[in-house]
Design a protein around this ligand. Sequence first.
Ligand SMILES: [Zn+2]
Length: 408
Amino acid sequence: MKTPICRFCGNTLQRTFANLGMSPPSNAFLSAVELGQLERFYPLHAYVCESCLLVQLEEFETPAEIFTDYAYFSSFSSSWLEHSEHFATRIVKRLGLDEKSLVIEIASNDGYLLQYFKKQGIRTLGIEPAVNVARAAQERGITTITEFFGSQVATALVDDGEQPDLICANNVLAHVPNINDFVSGIKILLKTNGTATFEFPHLLKLIEFNQFDTIYHEHFSYFSLLTAVNIFRFHDLEVVDVDELPTHGGSLRLFVRHSGQATPSENVARILANEREANLEHVETYSMFSGQVEASKRTLLKFLIDAKNAGKRIAAYGAAAKATTLLNYCGIRTDFIDYIVDRNPYKQNRYLPGCHIPILDPAAIARSEPDYILILPWNLKEEITKQLAYVERWGARFVVPIPRVEVL
Ligand SMILES: [Zn+2]
């Protein structure tokens, strides 16, 4: 195997952040027929670059393979929709956007975010490579280009006279294989006094709260603010403000402008200071994470073994990408978990990649009355426990696996 190379600075990658073994692509759900066929597994090995400290995976699949028939429709999560509406309302005020403004979203999914700008009479344009979700956006009246964003697409839009006042690239930066081409596209496309926003899970929280299950193949890079600032600066862009968000277990929202347009806020300095205090400038900090991950696997397996030995029946909620990582890494199959329920009809009556645990409609829970319900998307645990409040009827308990196994 050839030595992997840092996708930002080109340095060779030798230092392990977390090695989760072989794992299938997290959204490669299987039909019953496919259970008997050869399945693709790739190394799920995160490295930290010793030169620029970007935590990253090697790229094994082309983005086209991963994203063109993407199973994730943003609009299936009600708390995510609330988060998006709140964001749109606030940023329209903050930037003083009106009918003359243009908002472009990169990875616009099914139009879950742009719909809220459109409601306020603002012109919108979505860019989304997954054909099936882009179609859903078009159906709700959100003009959408089906392309992977980069410098080429940016240049073409500028040539057509389309320069946005706001670019939203929320939850896409981590999924971009060629980060330099992507950020240079932002530099080309953004209006001189425009703003671009980026959201990504905060590496500081991933380490602090042991969120190793958020490492999966589609998620190429894991950013601290330190590395993000360096990457934007390299492309003559500046992080002028940053918010800390509760989404995905702790994310950052960056406000980025052309260099020299504004002075960075105190928030930027404060979060950079937090990261320095957590030793994120030192490569040894990243190496220590591996041991923590292995200990978590032993603790989760111990809980499940004890529960099964006591004759308990266990179901799980949420066939999210993190479920594929966690269950494959720990080797958990139907020997521990009878089934997983998920509200997304695309996933129902299919099987979790690798582990082959069946995915059912949430109604299965009331029918089979399990003793434990393992909440796999722990970031949505409040929403899920509320939805499933009825399980109290037969005394079922909720269990959250991350940051450590906890029976609620
Ligand atoms: Zn690097």
